[in-house]
Design a protein around this ligand. Structure first.
Ligand SMILES: [Zn+2]
Length: 256
């Protein structure tokens, strides 16, 4: 399984920067978890192939690239873009994004080949398929209804928390997953902003360390994602005190 966190911004030389404003993790160039930077920084191959988009939740940094991704492809799609999300998230997208005021309601539009956007709702905690992948959703602890996922291609399995504060359910699910090669876990704020992390339902290096105590699999890699760009350097420095974690490199292709 190939996994790549898409870049979301450029550095002073115009190259992809490590700062992560937006969240999109593309798997095997075919499926993406979240669509924060999808329209802006995906490769041509990914633009041709990604037709399944799985959303963790509806915060802007996770969906910003979704309307434009569909728009870019509107005339050429030969199958709809399938958005996999819990019904509550779909309702928010329809009410607040695809409402004709912010952007067209693509779910009601067709091109010469048929519909361009199809919603695939799933029950929180439910399992479903997206392209060649089997996905298990797990409810996590965030400001809005949000899901983490266990993703398997039949050989390798990876886990991703999405945005979350302290929670038990996803760690129990990770512990039960077969062939778990890696988990991607969020850590948004530095330790001195624990209060802000608390009210916004995010983790700090300290609370992340506590959370990782719940992970019984001692073999899998642990990658940290969702570091708030303004605090990135501080969070990276504080993660040095957290055993076994590595910060996921933006843009790099990982194979599991
Ligand atoms: Zn969020």
């Amino acid at each position: 399984m190939k996994l790549q966190m898409l870049p979301s911004t450029i550095d002073e030389n115009g190259r992809a920067s490590a700062r992560q404003h937006l969240m999109s993790v593309v798997i095997d160039d075919r499926v993406t978890i979240d669509a924060g930077s999808l329209a802006f920084s995906c490769t041509d191959l990914q633009r041709q192939q990604v037709r399944d988009i799985i959303l963790t939740h509806t915060h802007l940094d996770h969906i910003a690239g979704l309307p434009l991704f569909i728009d870019d492809l509107f005339a050429t799609l030969t199958e709809p873009i399938r958005v996999h999300a819990i019904q509550a998230a779909i309702d928010i997208l329809e009410r607040d994004i695809f409402n004709w005021y912010v952007y067209p309601r693509f779910s009601e539009l067709t091109n010469d080949n048929g519909p361009v956007l199809e919603y695939r709702p799933f029950e929180s905690g439910g399992s479903f398929e997206a392209a060649h992948l089997q996905i298990q959703s797990i409810s996590v602890n965030h400001k809005v209804s949000a899901s983490g996922y266990i993703v398997s291609d039949g050989e390798a399995t990876i886990g991703i928390t999405g945005d979350t504060a302290e929670t038990d359910e996803i760690w129990t699910a990770f512990n039960a997953a077969a062939n778990l090669k890696a988990v991607l876990v969020e850590c948004a704020f530095p330790n001195d902003l624990a209060e802000l992390a608390g009210v916004s339902n995010h983790l700090t290096p300290r609370t992340l360390a506590d959370e990782l105590g719940k992970l019984k699999n001692t073999e899998c890699d642990v990658y940290v994602i969702n570091l708030k760009p303004m605090y990135r350097d501080k969070v990276v420095a504080q993660l040095a005190d957290v055993p076994r974690v590595e910060v996921l490199e933006v843009g790099k292709v990982y194979e599991f």
